[in-house]
Ligand binder design. Structure first.
Ligand SMILES: Cc1cc2nc3c(=O)[nH]c(=O)nc-3n(C[C@H](O)[C@H](O)[C@H](O)COP(=O)(O)OP(=O)(O)OC[C@H]3O[C@@H](n4cnc5c(N)ncnc54)[C@H](O)[C@@H]3O)c2cc1C
Length: 416
């Protein structure tokens, strides 16, 4: 059943009796060619591209909760490809290109909105660093524009431009960046994968791996043992716990990141803005709520809820950047568990266990990566070799000293 304007009209005229569930609810089979652990954005995207480009394969996605219940449905929806380092730029640019064609590809309205992402700078040194990043992006064929203070003022006159402490000196603008409705991404990929025969099995937690002679034979789950030729793990904030079941200790820490949304307001913020003097980023949803976030919580946790000091910190950032936000009432807030890697960049690689593959380390920027992550992980699972744009995301780079430290912050996960 394809979604289209014609279909909408037909259903409207016939009492909406023709709609079917967007994906099936199958029982797990005894064995699959590929089992993907984690039904978040990355796991579902992987299943879609595996089935689309590398089939025919018998594929299952195992999700311990429900589709969209993890970070894919909890993030602040920002997409962009404004990276500096060669290890990252081609990967995130591929992701942005896949976002641009996603809705046609999966036949689902994900509300991809290229409304522009503006990173503000507040010191001369920061302006130089942004100019350097913009130049690197343009050399790599990615769109970037440097705005001066006047340019930013013309775009967003209501920002706190002349704050003596944090004067706005300009900004790096990527017009092709923007937002995508997060849970629609999970639903769109789930439906598209299901239509290609992938079994999406919810309420099925992986509790262990069966490993013999150095290779994986399948997964133990709350719904019994499932044999698998290959197993791909994409469980984001739960990575260290799940991979520990296979005896692997990873350079990843889990921290909570919180997000906030206000009551619906008239249109004010028509793009995405990031504050350069603190950790604060904001956009406005199509329903009118201001959607914003800030830093991760300082301590390790697997709980999907945050703490009050970070709420205060985020609110302070918001007030410094746009004092008008003090008049808005907060409607909701929530938390998600982030898989923070030691250099702030992801891992898409084989593991020392034959047949077991890892997709992790997304920190708090993994939503924008969803399409390319699925595309490259599918490539790795099918061909046993990294996709050219994900070649740098190797697990052994931490041992080799070949880290991809985009911010130059060192092995401090909370600073990435
Ligand atoms: C508040 C917040 C704001 C964010 N903002 C942005 C943003 O603006 N832009 C951006 O690019 N990124 C953002 N992110 C990061 C982004 O959401 C994540 O990096 C990304 O969604 C992680 O990948 P995923 O979608 O596959 O994760 P998830 O949706 O968390 O998927 C992992 C799944 O694995 C399942 N799982 C765990 N353990 C098991 C098990 N044992 N068996 C089976 N299943 C299991 C979980 O239930 C979960 O559904 C944000 C995150 C948060 C929390």
């Amino acid at each position: 059943m394809s979604y289209s304007a014609f279909r909408l009209l037909r259903e409207a005229l016939t009492g909406n009796r023709g709609w079917r569930p967007a994906w099936r609810d199958p029982d797990p089979q005894a064995d699959y060619d590929v089992v993907i652990v984690g039904g978040g954005g990355h796991g579902l995207a992987t299943a879609h591209y595996l089935a689309r480009d590398h089939g025919p394969l018998r594929i299952a996605v195992l999700e311990k909760g429900w589709i969209g219940g993890g970070n894919v449905g909890r993030n602040t929806t920002i997409i962009r490809s404004n990276y500096l380092l060669p290890g990252n730029t081609p990967f995130y640019e591929l992701s942005l290109k896949l976002w641009e064609g996603l809705e046609q590809d999966v036949n689902f309205n994900a509300m991809v909105s290229q409304r522009g992402v503006l990173n503000l700078c507040h010191t001369d040194a920061q302006r130089d660093a942004y100019r350097r990043r913009g130049n690197a992006m343009r050399l790599a064929g990615v769109d970037a524009e440097m705005l001066d203070a006047k340019g930013v003022r013309a775009m967003y006159p209501w920002l706190n431009h002349d704050d003596a402490r944090f004067p706005i000196k300009g900004g790096l603008l990527q017009r092709r960046g923007g937002t995508v409705r997060h849970d629609a991404v999970a639903w769109g990929y789930a439906r598209a994968a299901d239509r290609r025969g992938v079994d999406i099995i919810q309420n099925c937690a992986v509790t262990g791996f069966r490993i013999a002679r150095g290779g994986v034979e399948g997964v133990e789950t709350t719904r019994g043992f499932i044999r698998a030729g290959k197993v791909g793990v994409a469980v984001a904030g739960n990575t260290s716990r799940v991979m520990a079941q296979a005896g692997l200790r990873l350079p990843i820490e889990s921290h909570v990141l919180q997000a906030f949304v206000t009551e619906g307001l008239k249109p004010l913020v028509d793009g995405v803005i990031t504050f350069g003097a603190g950790h604060f980023y904001i956009s406005q949803s199509d329903k009118g709520g201001l959607v914003f976030g800030g830093d991760i919580d300082g301590y390790n946790s697997y709980a999907q809820r945050g703490n009050l000091p970070v709420v205060e910190d985020v609110a302070e950032g918001g007030m410094a950047l746009m004092p008008a936000i003090g008049r808005a009432r907060l409607l909701r807030m929530w938390g998600g568990v982030m898989d923070m890697s030691m250099d702030g960049s992801p891992i898409i690689d084989r593991t020392p266990v034959a047949g077991l593959y890892l997709n992790a380390g997304w920190c708090y920027g993994g939503f924008k990566a969803t399409p390319a992550s699925g595309f490259c992980f599918a490539h790795l699972l099918a061909r046993d070799a990294p996709h050219p744009v994900a070649q740098a995301f190797r697990l052994d780079r931490f041992a080799r000293g070949a880290v991809i430290d985009e911010k130059g912050a060192g092995a401090q996960p909370n600073l990435h």
